[in-house]
Design a protein around this ligand. Structure first.
Ligand code: SAM
Ligand code: SF4
Length: 348
C-alpha cells in the first residue's frame, strides 16, 4: 500500500476573499469541480461488497432532499465552479422523477456534464428518455458475465435485464459505456479475463475496482481484496502486456488497452494507489449532507440549513467553508475505516 505524503495546508482559516469567490477550494489548494449526488440510500440489489444481506436500515423518505431542494443546491454548486455532477446512490434509477431531475440539472448555467452510476436493472425502460433529458455519461456496475454468479454477488439480481440495460444505454447514445467490476477473491477474480475480453471489439471501458472497507460489508473487504496489481498480472498472463493509455489526472482510473482492442481497461485502486492528491470531488448524501471525503466523517448539513430558512448567500458560504476543510486524503493506508455509513449511504 502507498501511504500519501500530506502537504501542509496553505492557511488554516479561509481568506475573506473566499466568501466572494466563484470557486470552491480546499486548504491544500485543490479546486472542487465535481459533485457526486446520492439520490437515495435504497437499492434493488444487495451486492456482497456493498450491503449486508439483512438488516439494512433505510432513511425515511422525508429525510431525503426533495427535488426542489436538490435542484436548488445544484444551482448553488454550479455558482461556485462545479461543472460535473454524477447521480448515484443506492440505486439512482429507483428515484421518482429521475428524468425531470436530470433535465432540471442541465438547465443551470455552468453545469457541463451530468452522469450516473447505476446497476442498470431498470435502464432498458428509460435509457432513451434519460438521454433526451441530457444524461451525458453512464457507469454501469457489473461484476461478472455469469448469470448464476451475478445472482449470487448481487443477492438476487437478473443478469439478462442488466445486459439489456447496457445495450439500451448504448443504443440511446449515452457513450462511452463504462463498466465497473469490483474484484473479489473466490468470487469473480477468475473471470476478469472474460470481462476484459468485452473490450476487444466494443469501444467500452471495463474498470476493475479494489474493494474498499466500508461499513456493512463485514470481513469481505479484508479477506477478499484483490489488488489492481494482481488483476493486471492475471490479465497480462492471458493477453500479454497491456499498453498504457493516457489518462486525465483527475480520473481515478488508470487506463490500459489490450493491444489492438477497440476499448480500454481501467484500474481503480483506492486501497493500493490512492488518488487523493488529484481529488476534485465532494459528495452530497441523499439526506443533504455535504460529505467532504468518502472515508472521513466530516459533513456539512445543507439540508437542515435550507429547512431552517438559509438564503442563497448563506448556503454558498457554508459550501465554500466546508470545502475549505476537506481532509487531505482518505487514510486507508494508515488504517482509516468508515464505521458509520456504508457506500450506498454515502453515494459511491
Ligand atoms: N447502485 C449503483 C451501482 O451499483 O452502480 C450506484 C451506487 S454504488 C454504491 C456505486 C459504485 O460503488 C458501484 O460501481 C459499486 O461497484 C461501487 N462499490 C460499492 N461498494 C463498494 C466497495 N465496498 N468498494 C469499492 N466499490 C464499491
Ligand atoms: Fe446497490 Fe450499487 Fe450497492 Fe450493489 S453496489 S448494493 S447495486 S448500491
Amino acid at each position: 500500500m502507498v501511504a500519501l505524503a500530506q502537504p501542509a495546508p496553505l492557511m488554516l482559516i479561509p481568506p475573506a476573499a473566499l466568501n466572494a469567490a466563484r470557486e470552491a477550494r480546499d486548504a491544500y489548494g485543490r479546486q472542487m469541480t465535481y459533485l457526486r449526488i446520492s439520490l437515495t440510500d435504497r437499492c434493488n440489489f444487495r451486492c456482497l461488497y456493498c450491503m449486508p444481506a439483512l438488516g439494512m436500515k433505510f432513511q425515511p423518505r422525508q429525510e431525503h432532499l426533495s427535488d426542489d431542494e436538490l435542484l436548488r443546491l445544484v444551482g448553488l454548486f454550479a455558482e461556485v465552479g462545479f461543472t460535473k455532477f454524477r447521480l448515484t446512490g443506492g440505486e439512482p434509477t429507483i428515484r421518482p422523477n429521475l428524468v425531470e431531475l436530470i433535465r432540471g440539472m442541465k438547465s443551470f448555467t455552468g453545469v457541463e456534464e451530468v452522469s450516473m452510476t447505476t446497476n442498470a436493472l431498470l435502464l432498458s425502460r428509460n435509457a432513451q428518455q434519460l438521454a433526451e433529458a441530457g444524461l451525458d455519461r453512464i457507469n454501469i456496475s457489473i461484476d461478472t458475465l455469469d448469470p448464476d454468479r451475478f445472482k449470487a454477488m448481487t443477492r438476487g439480481g437478473r443478469f439478462d435485464l442488466v445486459w439489456k440495460g447496457i445495450l439500451a444505454a448504448e443504443a440511446a447514445g449515452i457513450v462511452p459505456i463504462k463498466l465497473n467490476s469490483v474484484v473479489l477473491k473466490g468470487q469473480n477474480d477468475h473471470e476478469v479475463g472474460q470481462m476484459a475480453r468485452l473490450t476487444l471489439d466494443r469501444p467500452w471501458q471495463v474498470r476493475f475496482l479494489e474493494i474498499m472497507p466500508m461499513e456493512g460489508v463485514g470481513t469481505v473487504a479484508d479477506e477478499q481484496l484483490v489488488t489492481s496489481e494482481e488483476t493486471q498480472a492475471r490479465l497480462e498472463a492471458e493477453f500479454g502486456p497491456l499498453a498504457p493509455v493516457e489518462t486525465d489526472a483527475a480520473d481515478p482510473a488508470r487506463l490500459w488497452r489490450i493491444p489492438g482492442a477497440a476499448g480500454t481497461i481501467g484500474f481503480i485502486s483506492p486501497v493500493s494507489v490512492p488518488f487523493c492528491a488529484a481529488c476534485n470531488r465532494v459528495r452530497l448524501t441523499a439526506d443533504g449532507k455535504l460529505r467532504l471525503c468518502l472515508l472521513r466523517p466530516d459533513e456539512a448539513d445543507l439540508r437542515d440549513a435550507m429547512r431552517a430558512g438559509a438564503d442563497d448567500p448563506t448556503l454558498l458560504r457554508q459550501i465554500r467553508a466546508a470545502v475549505w476543510r476537506k481532509p487531505w486524503g482518505h487514510g486507508l493506508a494508515e488504517g482509516e475505516r468508515e464505521t458509520v455509513r456504508g457506500m450506498s449511504q454515502i453515494g459511491g
